[in-house]
Design a protein. Sequence first.
Length: 522
Amino acid sequence: MAGRSFATAIVLTVVTALTAVATPVAAGAAGGSITYALEAETPGGYCTGADQLAISGIMVENAVYDTLTAINSQGKYVPYLAKSITPNATYDRWTIELRPGIRFQNGEALDANAVKLNLDKLRHGLLTSFTFTPVTDVQVTGPLTVVVTTKAPWLALPGALWGGGRFGIAAPEQLNSPDCATKLIGTGPFRLVSWRPQEELVVERNPDYWRPGLPRIDRITFKPVGAAETMVNGLISGQFDVIQTSNARAIEHMRKLAAQKKIRLDASDKNAEVGYLLLNVSKPPFNDPVARRAVAYAGDREEINAIINDGTLRLADGPFPPGSPAYLPKSGYPPHNLKRARALVRRYERTHNEKLAFEYETGTSPDLIQLAQLVQKQLQAAGITTKLKTVDEASQINDALAGSFQAQAFRNHPGGDPDLQYPWWHSGSPINFGRIKDPEIDRLLDAGRVETDPAKRARLYQELNRRFAHELYDLWTWYTLWGIGTARDVRGALGPPLPDNGGKPFPIFGGYVPVLGLSKTR
């Protein structure tokens, strides 16, 4: 989440019913164990509605839990734990039919009551309630049937139920436990064995998993590592079997290793998150648009991209990646212009009778610190003073939630349905980290949420893109490139086909890949 797309179009047309049935998967070579290196730890745990999941947490989440829906390689949201999800003609009443015979890892049945409990937790959760504000009612209408009613048409419900892999369905025993954050019980391919925070989290094969032939591995040990160089060295030495990184130089290094047939690599920036400088616009200096514009003009993204990423990443002029209906090749985002930046700095100083200065909070990895130092140097040339503060990822998210920052290096907003960005920017949302209160942004988000015409919907989100470029609530850098590096004896890093006609999983959606298809030759 904190820290740093091309061809595949995102299909946002909602079909009249999403239906799938379980399909056996060839077992192949099974057994063995895998050590999987991640960017960070998730110290807050995994309790629905309260968990703070960046990509590392989402990877653990998808090992232990399943979601009601999934996203396939065509950008369509398809049933997963759900057998079907069917809207009425006006898209304000959705019937969710669950697959029969699925059980949680403690033996509890996955039934309508369990799903209602999960959805109610999401609706009222501290960090998730705003995502589900359209929902007015969740009713159990049969042993395996849940009906979700919304106050207006909500085409994005299937995507919201997936939530980028965040919204795994947990067992009632976990949700009702005082130890909910650490008592992980899902229907997923692996079940929790042990967790030593900041060291490792171990899961083992769920022998009763509902998808025949899966998972293909006996055990996964997740290791929070952080430094990309350490990850790559560990992959080469055999310390790690799989690594996940968004470090462009590390990925380029792995490309060379893969060409030499020393490792395998899957890399993608499709539906990528955007890297950016997250500004707290509720407090000085960034409550003044002059300060925001001065920093935007002072920053030279091309220079930083060349130095940090060897020029390999595609610059972003907005939050929506190529392939999204909201994407604009030219949003109106200001280019680097040092002369204009200096003029704006002088204007700010005359208005406020003080220097333009702020604290820049970033992560602890060497590449993020180098990036922050380069930004600091560029802004200094325009007369802007920055003080650098380095914190771990969990602390950075907590600071964003509390609003106790001026600017942060951040990474968020992967593609998919643009409505899924609603809680990040709408005023009043607890996860509107930038504290944006803009009636026009609220209007566009609200209108896009209820619009059922795809063309009109796209225009609304494109206008939202332009609004961000004009107001500069966030300062965009580039679209994230993700790499999944694997040892030569590891297969299935991108996951097996989805049930029935669901298609293949989306290849690396904002860093997310399924783990249930991993196998290791013996």
